[in-house]
Design a protein around this ligand. Structure first.
Ligand code: ZN
Ligand code: ZN
Length: 366
């Protein structure tokens, strides 16, 4: 009998390593051996108790190799033949294809998207999160083969922020010669900078942390605006116009700070678009005042985007295979932990002692 291990949330800021018998994949499923998993900001958010998930298997950014295929699985979700040992990356949520949102083609907000991700670790098939030796890809989940050019740590993160930003920016239309301002140079902001840059946009990144601003330059920003140097919204608006020669066409809120949305509305040109991806919490203390008259008078489009349409993961992988070498993606993950060290990895990430931690579930703790 083969067993696997997983890191379950056992309380607020608590983690427990549990062991279960590995399930045989049933029809339509794939059993994956996890090679690498990234600790994402939203994993910390959940572990800190700011989410409905309480006893789930943690983690959602992962890549691995096919260990067993259920009946009927001969290809990945793009039709490429699949066999045992192939490197794959799953979309971390599922799409039921039957709920009202799925029936409108909005697979990214499927009402059942988190049915497996949020399931208690004790419930079969147990292996429903990334911080585990194994993961069961469900029939209602898309998954794709990883191109040889894309390393494991990059593929693991592609299924979250990178695919999301590709989807978000694609919805804004052609980016060539458009000015894109990105608020926040965390992981998602840097992905936005890289994608906008390879798409031919003029990219301006706004942040207040020097290290993050230098990261932004390495991820394709043409200009950076340091909030320390330009402390007010009006200072930053003038600086952006000075740098670009015009007001921005698109502002991407990737800072996750409620007041940043108000700033975005003030920065963007008339007829422009504001994209909201950074703010994800819906608790009342995360409310912010905006000036609605500016939306009317400037005829703005404000676009909120959760997750991404599943096929954008395939596009993200192709883009990373082709253009990934231009950006230092590997530098975004700075420390590797064994599965048994998941609690430590989460603590260090929450305290900002590491920028982006990786879990290597196949490695044993020293
Ligand atoms: Zn994530
Ligand atoms: Zn659905």
């Amino acid at each position: 009998m083969a067993y696997g291990r997983l890191a379950a949330m056992s309380g607020v800021r608590m983690t427990e390593i549990q062991e279960y018998e590995l399930p045989e994949p049933v029809e339509g499923q794939v059993l994956m051996r996890v090679s690498k998993a990234n600790v994402c900001g939203s994993d910390i958010h959940m572990w800190e108790g700011n989410h409905i998930f309480r006893d789930h298997v943690m983690g959602h950014e992962m890549t691995g190799v096919v260990e067993a295929l259920g009946d009927g699985v001969a290809t990945d979700s793009a039709g490429s033949p699949i066999s045992i040992g192939d490197r794959i990356v799953p979309v971390y949520y599922q799409t039921c294809q039957r709920c009202p949102n799925c029936l409108q083609g909005l697979f990214n907000i499927c009402e059942h998207g988190s049915d497996f991700q949020g399931a208690p670790a004790a419930r079969e098939p147990h292996f429903t999160g990334a911080f585990a030796t194994h993961y069961v890809v469900q029939r209602a989940q898309y998954f794709f083969k990883v191109p040889d050019e894309v390393p494991d740590t990059v593929a693991a993160g592609a299924n979250c922020g990178f695919a999301q930003m590709l989807y978000v920016l694609d919805q804004c239309g052609a980016l060539a010669d458009r000015t894109v301002v990105i608020q926040g140079a965390g992981g998602v902001g840097l992905f936005a900078a890289a994608i906008a840059s390879v798409s031919g946009a003029e990219v301006i990144v706004v942040d207040g942390v020097a290290d993050r601003l230098s990261d932004a330059e390495r991820f394709g920003a043409n200009h950076i605006v340091d909030m320390g140097e330009f402390p007010t919204v009006e200072d930053r608006r003038k600086r952006i116009v000075e740098l670009a020669g015009r007001e921005p066409d698109i502002v991407v809120e990737a800072a996750g700070v409620p007041v940043a949305l108000d700033e975005a509305i003030r920065l963007v040109r008339a007829g422009g678009e504001v994209v909201e991806v950074g703010n994800v919490s819906v608790s009342e203390e995360r409310a912010a005042a905006i000036l609605p008259g500016l939306i009317t008078r400037k005829c703005l489009t404000i676009r909120g985007t959760l997750r991404y349409q599943p096929w954008y993961l395939a596009r993200a992988l192709r883009l990373l295979a082709r253009e990934g070498h231009r950006f230092p993606f590997s530098s975004l993950t700075d420390r590797e932990y064994a599965l048994e060290e998941t609690q430590l990895a989460l603590e260090r990430a929450a305290n900002k002692q590491v920028a982006r931690a990786i879990i290597d579930p196949q490695r044993s703790a020293r």
